[in-house]
Design a protein around this ligand. Structure first.
Ligand code: URP
Ligand code: ZN
Ligand code: ZN
Length: 491
């Protein structure tokens, strides 16, 4: 049915104007100061956006939905994760396909795509993680780019023995990606340094969640960023650093860009809003906040926000990676004796032996869920707090992801011909984040009790209303795979 959004304040990455928006079908066909409903087909759905903001649908450039990781599987499926995404204003997600080292890239792509196609309610596309890079894998990765619409790869410098890539494979992959015009996204932490520090922590009896951060200090991440940026520069490939958590890492990225490396930087919402003190919560509650790179200091948080404001950080994603507190996070359970640092034991991302009586922070599945909360968190802690303006919010949470990953202008803008993915937003609604409002399957909300200013009132996907006031109302399925072409990066 045709859609008219009337009386709203349109906010894009470059515009702020009062206008009505009309979509006769899936795409926007008119943007005008005033569109009379009487001139439109009688079945037009009219949404009153008076005193509301109208944003382009938000894009999350970094989510994990199907994620076999650390001996378990992430808690959401494409049904729950994408309902949550839409309720929170995210109309497109880029999911990481993370196969194991023995898996073939092509079959991994097909199984992830089938899982998403069967259940996703929002539009989706993928970053293909490269965990294996033998002759067969190379051939298949080329094929994924040339015939399946994959336009971005993902590498892990971290997670030794499970997902990490060797230096020689990384160089060869970057060269291949440069030739294909594909951008390589990277988790930048030095895997050997992390493994070394984890072993030292555990040997010293430092096993509780609060030792996760010191086992992956900022310099380990900064070293990873420098390493990846050096290789991207040597190969003249295009790189994108995911979930940058700290000032030291930002500085390495800035240095690399200063010497001409083609590099983009992503921040994710947990690092912008939560800090290392959350991991210190008693009774093992800190495990809820174990992710990698770890939550850092408030000073690092401030540096990240400054970099978002200056646009040195291009995108804000979530790194949605939900693991239940009541069961999955308990894999690293530690009964912390009073007055002691002690808790439990493990080493790599592949998970492994049971935690045993003493527990072990290295066995806690890494990740935090935020897919529904991101937009309201950026509004509350970014715009309302005076750290960024609305243009930057839209640019970081939608437009840049569309541009960098080859979806613009179909996604990421309110423009004639763009998909009618729209968010009618009430910037004055005040409430608190809570698990009860969450559509994710995850059994806790990492932002529980924090004040929330703003609310997605109406969310449309390609002209269809799919969410209202935090509830998904879009029916079954409807999410579409977005094949992409890497040509805009080709040299
Ligand atoms: O802790 C995290 N970030 N878990 C998800 C996997 C990853 O490294 O992105
Ligand atoms: Zn990562
Ligand atoms: Zn991730």
């Amino acid at each position: 049915m045709p859609l008219l959004i009337r009386g709203g304040r349109i906010i894009t990455a470059t515009r702020d104007e009062r206008a009505d928006v009309y979509a006769a079908d899936e795409t926007i066909s008119r943007i005008e100061p005033s569109i009379s409903a009487t001139s439109l087909p009688s079945d037009t759905v009219v949404v009153d956006a008076t005193n509301r903001l109208v944003f382009p649908g938000f894009i999350d450039p970094h989510v994990h939905i199907h994620l076999p990781f650390m001996g378990t599987n992430a808690a959401d499926d494409h049904d729950t994760a994408t309902q949550a995404a839409l309720a929170g204003g995210t109309t497109t997600v880029i999911e990481m396909i993370c196969p194991g080292p023995q898996d073939e890239p092509l079959s991994a792509f097909e199984s992830w795509r089938q899982l998403a196609a069967a259940k996703a309610h929002c539009d989706f596309t993928f970053h293909q993680a490269v965990v294996r890079f033998d002759a067969l894998a190379r051939e298949q990765l080329r094929g994924l780019v040339q015939s399946r619409g994959v336009a971005s790869f993902k590498v892990f410098l971290a997670y030794k023995g499970a997902l990490d890539i060797s230096d020689s494979d990384l160089l060869a992959l970057l060269e291949m990606s440069r030739d294909l015009g594909v951008i390589v996204t990277a988790h930048c932490e030095n895997a050997d340094a992390v493994a070394h520090l984890q072993a030292a922590m555990i040997a010293a009896g430092n096993k509780s969640p609060k030792f996760h951060e010191p086992s992956r200090p900022v310099w380990v991440e900064a070293d990873g960023v420098n390493h990846f940026a050096t290789f991207a520069g040597l190969t003249r490939a295009h790189g994108y650093i995911v979930h940058t958590s700290c000032d030291a890492a930002l500085q390495q990225a800035a240095l690399a860009r200063g010497r001409g490396v083609s590099l983009w930087v992503e921040a994710v919402i947990p690092h912008l809003v939560l800090d290392a003190s959350h991991v210190e919560r008693p009774d093992f509650e800190g495990a809820k906040f174990v992710m990698s790179p770890p939550l850092r200091t408030k000073a690092d948080q401030d540096a990240l926000w400054r970099a978002v404001a200056s646009r040195e950080v291009s995108t804000i994603g979530t790194d949605h990676a939900p693991f239940h507190f009541g069961s999955q996070k308990q894999l690293g359970r530690c009964a912390e004796p009073a007055g002691s640092n002690a808790v439990a034991g493990r080493t790599n991302a592949g998970g492994g032996a049971a935690a045993g009586a003493t527990g072990d922070f290295t066995k806690i599945p890494n990740g935090i869920g935020s897919i529904q909360e991101r937009v309201d968190l950026v509004h509350t802690f970014g715009v309302v707090a005076g750290r960024i303006n609305y243009q930057t919010m839209v640019d970081a949470c939608s437009t840049q992801a569309a541009r960098i990953f080859g979806m613009y202008p179909r996604k990421g803008d309110i423009a004639i011909g763009s998909d009618a993915d729209l968010v009618v937003y009430d910037p004055n609604a005040v409430s608190r984040f809570c698990k009860a409002d969450s559509l994710s399957a995850l059994d806790y909300c990492a932002y529980e009790g924090m004040e929330r200013v703003g609310r997605c009132e109406t969310v449309t996907l390609r002209g269809r209303i799919v969410a209202r006031n935090g509830k998904y109302i879009g029916g079954v399925g409807g999410g579409r795979y977005l094949p992409r072409t890497p040509s805009h990066f080709a040299q």
